[in-house]
Write a protein that binds this ligand. Structure first.
Ligand SMILES: [Zn+2]
Ligand SMILES: [Zn+2]
Ligand SMILES: [Zn+2]
Length: 494
């Protein structure tokens, strides 16, 4: 509601205009008539509430005789629009340049104010600094086209490219720049870097989160000690090639964990305790903008609702007032991921769970020679074409548990709690059930066990009677001390 209120106040629309808006359903439901109708009904209901809220809100502001930020901008626009503005401000309003920093975040309304201030001061020029690759605030009304189409909007322009980066090395630059420029809507730029590296500095950790993070931290500790060694060997002060993290004391080495959402950072304090010699911080991807660290670990880059790219569609109600997006897939999320990648001075790690790698990880894997990949030992057991037998949507993910190997559904236990044992014969593939048997999924293994006729989910496995020494069949779900577990047994045939 508050986001909508700010967007509405910045939009110059009236309440009557809102009534005329046709809300389009989230992109995956386009063309669906029920969904279109639902969205329209929801929009009407929302407007009913909104009318009340905005009336109360404005009454509250005026009772306090105060303005909010949107009012300041819109009243500024009104004042500068007045025909006598220049007369009134003569002698007081003489600007040669109006400077706007972080220009990529500007909204249409604010751009209008800036333009009018320029136009009402003769000889005044706009001086704007911005990077369209890092535009990540569309949800607050920022319109990237004001940057990418600057000349069309603001007139004759001289562009000065700030193309040298002092933060990251050439290896991160190569990957990050190609990644962001895959979207043709971004401006083309060639960056040069102050530092160079002999090794790939983008590392993919495809593993469980716990193991992936451990690998990243081990590699960071190793890098610090080899940096220290290198700088003690080189003549003091003459090693111009040393990276930003190099030659530093361990205690001043910074590591930043970045999650698409803050929920990815829950275990931050655990890692802080474990690696107390490092300065570890944690930010959401949005919160990381403008910050930097020697090493960066981007977490949970999974194909998931709360992964990276996030698959949460913005609400069609908010979408109705937001600036248009270019139609490249995940365009805003791509810029956000670029921001995360480019926070690192020396090395950036990207962690994804085996079998759940997001499209961004799959894209990074294609930079073969420029990325280092730490792949889980279980990776050879993962079969891309094998779907979860329950939901038929998720993939089967191998996991090394305390009692051996098993498989779970990639959609996660909140959506699908499938858990399959690994085959006891080949000890690698999952056992899949058909009408009569549990069959090993591996083509190279013909192991199978009958389905328990009583509970219809357990497997019949051989056991030995401790007294008679005779073999018999029992259900795998039988638990010694649990009377409620399946009690089925049968004699061995033959
Ligand atoms: Zn499933
Ligand atoms: Zn097998
Ligand atoms: Zn059973």
């Amino acid at each position: 509601m508050s986001s909508f209120l700010s967007l509405f106040k910045a939009s110059n629309l009236s309440l009557a205009d809102l009534e005329l808006i046709k809300v389009t359903p989230a992109s995956d439901n386009k063309g669906d008539k029920t969904s279109a109708l639902y969205n329209q009904v929801r929009w009407k209901a929302f407007l009913h509430l909104f009318r009340w809220v905005i009336t109360q809100y404005e009454a509250h502001l005026s009772s306090l005789k105060t303005l909010d930020f949107s009012d300041m901008i819109s009243q500024g626009i009104e004042m500068t629009q007045a025909s006598d503005f220049h007369q009134q401000t003569q002698g007081r309003f003489r600007f040669k340049y109006i400077m706007v920093d972080e220009f990529q975040d500007i909204s249409a309304e604010r751009a209008k104010l800036v333009t009018q201030l320029r136009d009402s001061s003769p000889g005044c020029a706009l001086f704007c600094v911005g990077d369209d690759w890092q535009a990540i605030y569309r949800f607050t009304g920022s319109d990237l086209r004001l940057t990418t189409e600057f000349k069309r909007v603001f007139g004759e322009t001289r562009v000065v490219t700030l193309d040298k980066t002092f933060r990251f090395n050439d290896r991160i630059e190569k990957v990050a720049s190609s990644f962001i420029q895959a979207n043709p809507a971004q401006l083309k730029k060639t960056l040069t870097t102050h530092t160079v590296s002999d090794n790939p500095e983008v590392c993919l950790l495809i593993n469980s989160k716990e193991t992936g993070l451990a690998q990243a931290f081990n590699s960071i500790v190793e890098a610090i000690s080899s940096n220290a060694e290198a700088s003690s060997k080189s003549t003091a002060g003459l090693d111009s090639d040393s990276g930003p993290g190099k030659g530093k004391a361990v205690g001043s080495t910074s590591v930043m964990l970045i999650g698409r959402f803050k929920s990815s950072l829950k275990d931050l304090s655990v890692w802080q305790k474990r690696y107390s010699q490092l300065q570890i911080s944690g930010f959401s991807a949005h919160g990381s903008k403008g910050k930097q660290a020697d090493f960066v670990i981007v977490l949970d880059v999974n194909d998931d609702k709360y992964g990276f790219p996030s698959k949460i569609a913005s609400d069609p109600i908010l979408e109705a007032l937001l600036p248009k997006l270019d139609d490249y897939a995940y365009t805003e999320e791509r810029r956000l991921f670029y921001v995360a990648l480019s926070r690192a001075k020396q090395t950036v790690f990207v962690q994804a769970e085996l079998g759940k790698e997001s499209v961004f990880v799959k894209e990074l894997l294609k930079f073969a020679a420029d990325v280092r990949c730490y792949l889980s030992d279980l990776a050879p057991l993962y079969i891309e074409s094998l779907f979860c037998p329950e939901c038929k949507e998720g993939k089967l993910i191998p996991i090394e548990g305390r009692y051996g190997l098993y498989y779970t559904c990639s959609l996660g236990k909140h959506y699908c709690d499938t858990k399959l044992d690994a085959c006891t014969s080949c000890k690698s593939a999952p056992m899949l059930r058909n009408d009569t048997h549990h069959v090993c999924a591996s083509e190279k293994c013909d192991h199978q066990l009958p389905v328990c006729p009583e509970c219809i989910s357990g497997k019949l496995i051989k056991r030995i009677n401790s007294k008679s020494g005779k073999e018999f069949l029992a259900c795998s779900l039988h638990r010694m001390k649990d009377a409620n577990s399946c009690q089925y047994t049968s004699r061995l045939a033959g």
